[in-house]
Design a protein around this ligand. Structure first.
Ligand SMILES: Cc1ncc(C[n+]2csc(CCOP(=O)(O)OP(=O)(O)O)c2C)c(N)n1
Ligand code: SF4
Ligand SMILES: [Mg+2]
Length: 349
């Protein structure tokens, strides 16, 4: 029988383990139409389907925020834990010790990670927990009505919040200096790149950080734009202020490796995306640091796989765990013998 490529299989009704794409879906989204987070959820569904992942072999994690709600909208058959704000890393660490045979996907926001969760983020990087860590980065706290987050650019002016006086935190940079073993950046409107990076991240045995720029169409906008929240509100008086959400089209881009493109956001502002060159070597850490620094100086958003180290041992390898997951061992297997207790006690005195 001919060997089917992943791409040709994705056009068929079922994947190699006999599941349909619908087996990877979750609940219907309650996020705003056009929110970048929805597009990322769709690419997680597509990546897991195409990789023939058994949904029951995967755990989803999140913290708090619109982004952190999104695990409800993909992989409805998988396990899931929506934790406290900024505490996703410790939750994931404990769970993965409980069952190291699972795959882990975490979805966090820029507020959840770069503000309240920054300490936990840094430690899960250096511990190299095997987990896909997606940050849906929109520069605001979307869920709590759009305050600046720690990744918002300095000088950005938003209605109700004035002008942001602080320099932004670059999460790809923080991951890299924190010794992450997989660091990538993308844009929610580039589904092809997002999907490929998610697949690569799922194949990585270690922490895989995906900083995905994911526009908040409701709050990260300005008053003067024709597509702004304020403009829309002026033209639709019948809607209640708190429930009003402007309907927006997803912003989609398609560009080649090495290319640089300007993308106009819903508020009329522009971001410059630069895809890494085809011959870029992501295993060179110091080069990765220098190109990120250059991109920041020039105000580009560098997209693609920025850094990967496939040699570093992951947290669960270091701890020499049993082949059987700890949460599946029987009581008699986890109870230490009298001799080993005596041995430990003898070492104390
Ligand atoms: C301990 C704690 N502090 C503050 C909040 C309020 N709060 C909820 S979500 C959120 C920010 C979410 O922002 P982000 O992670 O960027 O997600 P987004 O909604 O933008 O996707 C905040 C401050 C909270 N729930 N818990
Ligand atoms: S408020 Fe912003 S981040 Fe939240 S769902 Fe709406 S568009 Fe997305
Ligand atoms: Mg946010």
């Amino acid at each position: 029988m001919a060997d089917l490529t992943t791409e040709s299989r994705s056009n068929l009704q079922v994947n190699l383990i006999g599941l349909e794409k619908s087996d990877y879906r979750g609940d219907t989204t309650t996020l705003c139409q056009g929110c970048g987070h929805n597009s990322i959820a769709s690419q997680i569904i597509a990546a897991c389907y195409e990789m023939d992942i058994q949904p029951e072999n995967l755990i989803k994690f999140s913290g708090i925020g619109c982004s952190s709600k999104s695990p409800a909208y993909f992989l409805g058959r998988s396990f899931g834990f929506n934790g406290l704000h900024g505490r996703m890393p410790s939750l994931a660490t404990g769970s993965m010790f409980g069952d190291h045979t699972m795959l882990a996907i975490g979805v966090s926001g820029d507020g959840d990670t770069a503000s309240i969760g920054m300490g936990q983020f840094k430690h899960v990087m250096r511990r190299n927990l095997p987990m896909v860590y997606i940050v849906e980065n929109n520069g605001v706290y979307g869920l709590t009505k759009g305050q600046f987050s720690a990744t918002a650019e300095s000088g950005l002016t938003l209605k109700g919040y004035g002008t942001n006086p602080y320099m932004p935190i670059d999460l790809a940079w923080e991951a890299l200096v924190g010794n992450a073993t997989f660091v990538a950046r993308s844009f929610a409107g580039d589904p092809k790149q997002v999907k490929e990076l998610i697949k690569a991240a799922l194949s990585h045995r270690g922490i895989a950080v995906l900083d995905i720029i994911s526009p908040c169409v409701t709050f990260n906008n300005t008053d003067t734009s024709m597509h702004s929240y304020a403009w829309g509100k002026e033209h639709e008086v019948a809607l209640h202020e708190l429930s009003y959400v402007p309907e927006r089209e997803d912003i989609l881009v398609d560009y080649e490796e090495g290319d640089m493109i300007d993308v106009t956001m819903h508020d009329g502002s522009t971001v410059v995306l630069k895809k890494l060159e085809h011959d870029y070597d992501p295993t060179n850490r110091s080069h990765a640091l220098s190109i990120l620094e250059e991109a920041n100086t020039k105000n580009w958003l560098l997209t693609g796989l920025i850094y990967i180290d496939t040699e570093a041992p992951c947290l669960l390898d270091i701890f020499n765990l049993t082949d059987t997951a700890l949460n599946r061992l029987k009581e008699h297997q986890i109870r230490p013998s009298r001799e080993s207790i005596d041995k430990v006690n003898a070492m104390m005195f």
